[in-house]
Design a protein around this ligand. Sequence first.
Ligand code: SAM
Length: 242
Amino acid sequence: MVRPVMAKVRLYVEHALGAAQPVPLTREQAHYLFGVMRLGQGDRVALFNGADGEWQAEVAEAGKKGGILVCAEQSAPQALPPDLWLMFAPVKKARTDFIVEKAVEMGARRILPVTTDHTNSERIRQDRLQAHAIEAAEQCGGTFVPEVAEMARLADVLARWPDNRQLMFCDEAAGGGGLAGAARGPWAILIGPEGGFSQSERARLTAMPQAITVSLGPRILRADTAAVAAMTLWQTTLGDWT
Ligand code: SAM
């Protein structure tokens, strides 16, 4: 049996994928494939668009400002991560980038930056974080790119919280609760800012019937460490690692 040639480069595209489907490239994609990665006509690229799975495509036209790939065969079906949102209060730029990248690798369905009473970073560039999420999906072999939502106030997000979505409230002041006995279904993880949660936020969160207060151990973790630890705990207990 002749095995299909598998591409070394993976690319997210905003275009339909299917057998013999031509996919035009943007200027940036053409620069990356032909200028940086030095691919040329006949070379293969793995494509995904978040809906049609992964396809092996061949370079049909390669130019400085554009190009065309043509899909050959599907190499992976479309797969969704579990219905898990990661909510976090942005911290410094590099650590916020890290949180977004790790959330994609670890299997978040949606990423929601929120401002809290003690948030130390009031502004984010949503488009930049979304581009980071795309890069992370390209690297980790996923076929899905989670949406990075625009920054919202935690109080506003909680005011319209869905009845059926459980909330893993990670609180460094919690007395040691875990996820034992928690049910599967739609979930969200909440990680606070470097300054922690205010007393009024704690009161609001612990009064929510959907919320479970969870400890991540006896030491205080930085927000980026806490995001990875919380996702690991959730994935191994309720997610798709089990
Ligand atoms: N201001 C807090 C302090 O100094 O006491 C530290 C906040 S911590 C740097 C940032 C966030 O990570 C917290 O709001 C919480 O969501 C999460 N976190 C850190 N350590 C945790 C732990 N041991 N258990 C649960 N959550 C934790």
